[in-house]
Structures are given as structure tokens and as C-alpha cells.
Design a protein around this ligand. Structure first.
Ligand SMILES: C[S@@+](CC[C@H](N)C(=O)[O-])C[C@H]1O[C@@H](n2cnc3c(N)ncnc32)[C@H](O)[C@@H]1O
Length: 481
């Protein structure tokens, strides 16, 4: 099933009735707060879904801005978020159902109308909104977006969708005797190439759990930057200590920016695996000097923020770089004053060979390990992205080994479990570059978090959403010889 939770959507329609648009000369962007709040909630979800399609917008960045502009808060904001993310994630499943309910091929349906239908299918099949209400409000949306003729078509299609529940539809569109990749692709709404790649990485026994975890809402994990904030302080603000990272706390509900330490930059939102791979680089033993660290792909600064705080506590210094100047700018807001930040190309860096004692390469990758967070990401790129990124990943890792002194350590990290951008890259570079010895990453990580298991047999470590509740982050640790 594309969704593991059903949302109490219709309850969300009750909030903030009749608040107006805030006055003081401020006009919300797009539709105004007139009419029924649920219309504005659905319209907001629709607008974000369209912007994702037409201007490559990122839902997790655009939606909060639209909610603010339109003064949607509380349950209305929660419903708009659920409808936006759920529709984007579930598109693969909903398209398979819509194709059976429409007398027109989906590719012949106008793109805005198809998005309205997907939004309707999500409400009917994966929320607790009563089907008649979901059909009625979606038909109204179709009318306002595309006109009365199309509203009639939308009504006919959505009434057919509402004729069965999700399980009954899945038995038809993803039957047990279908080819396994096709069945998983439709049932869990992932493109086939991603199902195949994830199955190669995690194995047949766990692929279904992994795909289901990609469709669940991720918890919000905070990092208390060492020396600047503590988990105890985050706990006072309502967060709960997380299971593995000593600096992590989970915010069960609510807005991270309501936490003072987050507002003040002493804490931040950061996945627990992302914290642990940075800590692994900081903790693995190095022989001799331990004074100068680098993060060569640092933007926007999640790992650099943690590394710089740990470095400062040990009287070491972090140099953080990113090839994109605006991303290097974001890093400046995440690191402490001792760190150096610059815009530089990690494949042709301005520092001398052998400069650093510890180097982080958090390489640009497909992001297949963070599909929970970026609901549209799975539809955006095809398998060619893996081949396109491979040469850059290899050059960055080779250059990082060059930048490390003998006895120093390099961490190669991706937010993807795809074998072609994880172990295949590291194996190739170790073979062709020479001068690198693989360290056992799982044992370094379990040294940090004794309860942590299921990272693989080494020398590489792989986190998984369904096993660890984290992003599928990969870590290789290499000692420069
Ligand atoms: C996965 S992101 C890094 C995330 C970051 N480490 C964090 O924890 O917030 C990869 C970064 O590599 C940067 N990048 C891509 N090519 C690069 C290059 N040749 N040299 C340096 N940085 C590069 C991208 O701009 C992007 O910011």
C-alpha cells in the first residue's frame, strides 16, 4: 500500500474558519482566504503539486511558504501537508487506478486535471475523509481549475475510484501473480528502476518493508550541536532522546523552529544516520596529528555543523567547502566561528596534497536514501542519473584521498544505498588510486552506539529506514596509507 497511515482529514477542515486574510495591508499569495477553509486547503495542495510538476519546485520548501502566505495553521496546515505529500508519493498507485477508471488514456488528460484526479484518488483511497466528501470537493476543485465540462469528467472518474477501497484496487492493479518488480512498483508507488536498484541493495526479503518505510512520514530528528546545546535542553522543549546518536532527539510533533536552540543555530534538524556518519569520521582513530579536518561537499552544512562543533571541542579546526557559492553561504550559518568556509571545487581544490587529518566526502548522489523526505524525488530523475554522477563521485573521493595525509582518514558518504554509487565507487577508487585501506565502518558506528545493529557485514555500513528509522545513508571509512 502506498500509505501506511490514514489521515483524519475531515477533522482538519474545521479549523480557522472565517479568520480573513490577516489585514494590515498584507495580501496572501494566490487564492485569498475567502470561502470554505477546506477549499483553500485543497487548492494549496493542488498549487504545490502543480509547481512541483511545472517548475521543478521542491514540495518540502514550497509548501511551508504557501501555508504561511495563506495563513493555514493547525489542522488545516496538517491536512494540506498530508494531501500534498501523500498525492505526490502515491502517484504511481493512483495512476494505475485512474487508468482503469477513465475512458481517456491518462496521457490524453490535461496535466492540471490529472493532478486534481490524483489528489482526489489520494483522499478517497488513503485518508479518512468520507469518499462522498472527497469526490464532491475534488469535483469543485476541477471546476475551478479547468471548467465545468472537465468537472463532469472528474466526477465520473472519481465515483468509479470510490467504488472500491485501496486493498480491493491493489488486488486488481498489482495482483500477487504479476511480475514482482511491477507489482511492488505499483503497490508501493516507486518507479520500477528504483524498485530494482533497492532490491539489489537490500535483498528480496526486505524490499517490501523498505518501500513501505519510504511512504511513511519520517520523524523530525534534531541534533544538539556539542558544546552549544544538549539533548537535555531539547528534551525540555518536548523532544525525546533518540536511540543511537548521543546528540539526537526526536520531536514527536510540532515545529522545530519553536525550539529556542534551533532558532539560535545551536541545534538543527538532522537525520540520525547523518549525525552518526559524521561522528564516525570524528571518532575513528588516526595516528599522530589531529588538528585539521575538511568537509569537501559541505552545503548546506548539516554534517559540517556537527563536525565543526566536535572539532572545536578537541582544539581542531574544520575547513568546509562547496562548489556552489550559495551553498557554501548556507554552511557559514551552520558552523561555529573557528571553522573556515569557502566555495571550492573538491575535484580541483585549492589546498595542498596531504593537508588534512580527517576528510568528509558527502558526495552528490541520487538521494534514493531520502525518499521519505522528498515526496516528488522518486519521479524526477531516471536511472541515467546514477551513471551521470559516477565519474564525479570517483573524482571527489580520489581528490579527498590526495588531500589526506598518510595515517589520516576519509569518510565517503552517500544518502543513497544504490550499489553503483556506494560500494562500487569505493571499490573502484581504492583499486585505481592505491594508498587507501578500508576500515570497518560498522564497528566504528557500534562503538558510538552500542545498540546499533543491522549495518551489514563490513567494511562498509548501510543504514535503512525500515531497520533504523533513518535515511538510507552509506558510509565507507578509508585510511590513507
Ligand atoms: C549530499 S550534498 C552534501 C550535504 C551536506 N554534507 C550536509 O550534510 O548538509 C552534496 C554537495 O556537494 C556539492 N558538490 C557537488 N559537486 C561538488 C564539487 N565538485 N566540489 C565540491 N562540492 C560539490 C553540492 O553542491 C552539494 O551541496
Amino acid at each position: 500500500m502506498p500509505h501506511t497511515r490514514r489521515h483524519g482529514g475531515n477533522r482538519g477542515d474545521q479549523g480557522n474558519r472565517g479568520k480573513g486574510n490577516g489585514g494590515a495591508g498584507r495580501r496572501p499569495a494566490g487564492p485569498r482566504r475567502t470561502g470554505r477553509p477546506q477549499d483553500l486547503v485543497r487548492r494549496t495542495a493542488f498549487d504545490v503539486i502543480r509547481a512541483v510538476e511545472t517548475r521543478d519546485a521542491y514540495a518540502n520548501l514550497l509548501l511551508p511558504a504557501r501555508l504561511r502566505d495563506r495563513e493555514l495553521t493547525g489542522r488545516d496546515a496538517a491536512l494540506a501537508t498530508e494531501l500534498t505529500y501523500g498525492t505526490l508519493r502515491g502517484r504511481g498507485t493512483y495512476d494505475a487506478v485512474l487508468a482503469l477508471c477513465s475512458d481517456r488514456e491518462l496521457r490524453r488528460i490535461d496535466a492540471p486535471l490529472l493532478d486534481v484526479l490524483r489528489l482526489g484518488a489520494h483522499q478517497i483511497l488513503a485518508t479518512r475523509i468520507p469518499p462522498h466528501a472527497a469526490v464532491g470537493t475534488t469535483v469543485e476543485l476541477a471546476r475551478s481549475v479547468t471548467g465545468p465540462g472537465q468537472a463532469k469528467f472528474a466526477n465520473a472518474v472519481l465515483r468509479k475510484v470510490a467504488g472500491r477501497d485501496l486493498d480491493a484496487w491493489l488486488a486488481i492493479v498489482a495482483p500477487p501473480d504479476a511480475d514482482p518488480v511491477t507489482r511492488l512498483s505499483i503497490a508501493h508507488s516507486h518507479p520500477k528502476w528504483i524498485v530494482s536498484a533497492l532490491r539489489d541493495a537490500v535483498g528480496t526479503a526486505e524490499i517490501e518493508d523498505l518501500l513501505a518505510a519510504d511512504n511513511a512520514r519520517p520523524r523530525v530528528t534534531l541534533v544538539a550541536r556539542p558544546g552549544r546545546a544538549t539533548v537535555a535542553e531539547l528534551a525540555e522543549a518536548g523532544a525525546e532522546p533518540a536511540p543511537y546518536s548521543p546528540h539526537a532527539a526526536v520531536l514527536p510533533d510540532g515545529d522545530p523552529s519553536a525550539v529556542a536552540a534551533v532558532r539560535e543555530g545551536r541545534a538543527a534538524v538532522q537525520d540520525e544516520a547523518s549525525q552518526l556518519v559524521a561522528l564516525a569520521l570524528a571518532e575513528v582513530a588516526v595516528d599522530g596529528r589531529d588538528a585539521l579536518w575538511a568537509d569537501v561537499c559541505a552545503g548546506p552544512g548539516g554534517k559540517a555543523g556537527l563536525l565543526s562543533a566536535v572539532a572545536t571541542g578537541r582544539d581542531a579546526r574544520l575547513v568546509a567547502a562547496d562548489v556552489q557559492p550559495h551553498r557554501a553561504g548556507l554552511v557559514r550559518g551552520a558552523v561555529d566561528g573557528r571553522a573556515g568556509v569557502l566555495a571550492a571545487d573538491g575535484t580541483a581544490p585549492p589546498w595542498r596534497p596531504g593537508t588534512f587529518d580527517r576528510v568528509m566526502v558527502d558526495a552528490p548522489c541520487t538521494g534514493l536514501g531520502a525518499l521519505r523526505r522528498r515526496p516528488e524525488a522518486r519521479w524526477r530523475r531516471g536511472p541515467e542519473a546514477v551513471a551521470e554522477l559516477g565519474p564525479l563521485q570517483r573524482r571527489l573521493l580520489a581528490a579527498a584521498l590526495d588531500a589526506t595525509r598518510p595515517g589520516g582518514v576519509v569518510a565517503y558518504v552517500t544518502c543513497s544505498p544504490h550499489l553503483a554509487e556506494t560500494r562500487v565507487v569505493v571499490d573502484d577508487v581504492v583499486r585505481s588510486h592505491g594508498g587507501a585501506e578500508r576500515l570497518d565502518a560498522p564497528s566504528v558506528l557500534t562503538g558510538l552506539a552500542p545498540g546499533l545493529t543491522g549495518l551489514g557485514d563490513g567494511p562498509y555500513a548501510q543504514f535503512w529506514p525500515h531497520r533504523h528509522g533513518t535515511d538510507a545513508m552509506f558510509l565507507a571509512l578509508l585510511r590513507r596509507t
